[in-house]
Design a protein around this ligand. Structure first.
Ligand code: DGJ
Length: 381
């Protein structure tokens, strides 16, 4: 009898341990974040789309390996009603088992983002795409679309955007300069000046501009923008997408030229556009930057480091790099910083750093919280 009681007790306890506590309202940045199956959420460099009462989290699904393989097998998708408890919806986009496909296993898919097009009723995914065996040289952006939010997304193509067109805000007098690149070696300030004046923009004019770290954002002007690190990661390009979101219109803006920003994550609050971004130190974290603009197309100004921690925490953005800013639907004027703490030797184990955006003298700032309650987020006043 005692034995049966013990077995029953263990079985019931086991049930509770394996399933998630759906009443959990706490976010614990930097810890393992189990989905409702108990597995760490494998969606990195991601973003969130709210659709019909549910949040969907899309991100890099990394191979569960501890060797140095940094390729991945697609884009993971998770769904949640409350931003805390997430169900695994499987892979929204998969690599294609065909050596003729650019999306073949061994390629790199990073920072995927999804937006919904009301006119075509399609979900459109864009992602940073690097080709198998070519490191980060290709600097392409890939696009895929689906009728269903969770996929499967159909891969359409990868490209370098804006071939043969100048940015709207690029001065006429810089279009024909010729610079001796060799003469810039060992002169970082001269190189930055040359980049600001379009060194790499001119180099990539014919073939299309580089597109590495990226995000998508729909501006107050109703246009969707593909925002990406271009010009050897030294300048951001804000590129307008066509009405169906599947292509570029050719209207694009250079933002913060020569200032080397990666990991752009935008939001709109208090009548301003804000952007978190990082410097360019690979997988290693560096100080975050906060930039602000009245219009999405600029002018953008960097106003400083938004972190409010110890000097060391500010120097490494609490051990993270921005990827997205979430605005929970039932909480108007509330924002969440979403970042990644990368583990380059096992990217699937990279941790999610979500922190509330707080306001200090009308500037959005982030502070470290060991754990915080999603229901206690404060509004922008
Ligand atoms: C920094 C980027 O933000 C990441 O997404 C990734 O591309 C790494 N660089 C690779 O070193």
């Amino acid at each position: 009898m005692r034995k049966i009681f013990l077995i029953l007790t263990l079985a019931v306890a086991g049930l509770f341990c394996n399933s998630q506590d759906l009443n959990n309202r706490l976010i614990t940045p930097g810890e393992i974040w189990p989905d409702t199956d108990g597995n760490h959420i494998n969606a990195h460099g991601g973003g969130i789309l709210f659709h019909k009462g549910t949040y969907y989290w899309f991100g890099e699904a990394r191979l569960l390996r501890t060797d140095k393989d940094r390729t991945n097998y697609g884009v993971g998708c998770y769904s949640s009603k409350d931003l805390v408890n997430w169900n695994n919806e499987g892979l929204a986009l998969r690599v294609i088992d065909d050596t003729l496909s650019l999306l073949q296993p061994g390629c790199v898919i990073e920072r995927p983002k999804v937006i919904y097009n009301r006119k075509t009723r399609k979900f459109v995914m864009w992602f940073h795409h690097e080709l198998k065996g070519q490191g980060y040289r290709a600097a392409l952006t890939g696009v895929a679309s689906s009728d269903d939010i969770t996929g499967p997304y159909k891969y359409l193509r990868s490209l370098r955007p804006n071939a043969g067109v100048w940015p709207v805000n690029f001065p006429e007098e810089f279009k024909n300069i010729s610079v001796d690149e060799a003469a810039l070696k060992g002169k970082p300030e001269d190189r930055v000046k040359a980049v600001k004046e379009g060194l790499y923009l001119r180099r990539d004019f014919e073939g299309g501009q580089m597109a590495r770290d990226m995000t998508l954002f729909i501006g107050r002007d109703g246009k969707a923008y593909h925002i990406h690190s271009a010009e050897e990661n030294m300048t951001l390009h804000f590129s307008e997408l066509t009405d169906d979101y599947l292509d570029f219109t050719g209207r694009y803006y250079r933002v913060l030229p020569g200032e080397s920003n990666e990991a752009p994550a935008l939001f709109f609050a208090r009548d301003r556009y804000y952007m978190f971004s990082s410097g360019t130190t690979g997988w290693r974290p560096n100080p975050a930057r906060l930039s602000v603009a009245e219009k999405i197309t600029g002018d953008w100004k960097t106003i400083g480091n938004p972190c409010r921690g110890t000097d060391e925490e500010n120097r490494i953005t609490f051990g993270s790099q921005s990827t997205f800013v979430i605005s929970p639907r039932n909480k108007k004027n509330v924002y969440i910083f979403m970042g990644d703490r990368w583990t380059p030797q096992n990217l699937a184990d990279s941790r999610h750093i979500w922190l509330p955006v707080e306001w200090e003298d009308a500037m959005p700032v982030i502070r470290w919280h060991e754990e915080w309650d999603i229901d206690k987020l404060k509004k922008v006043e």
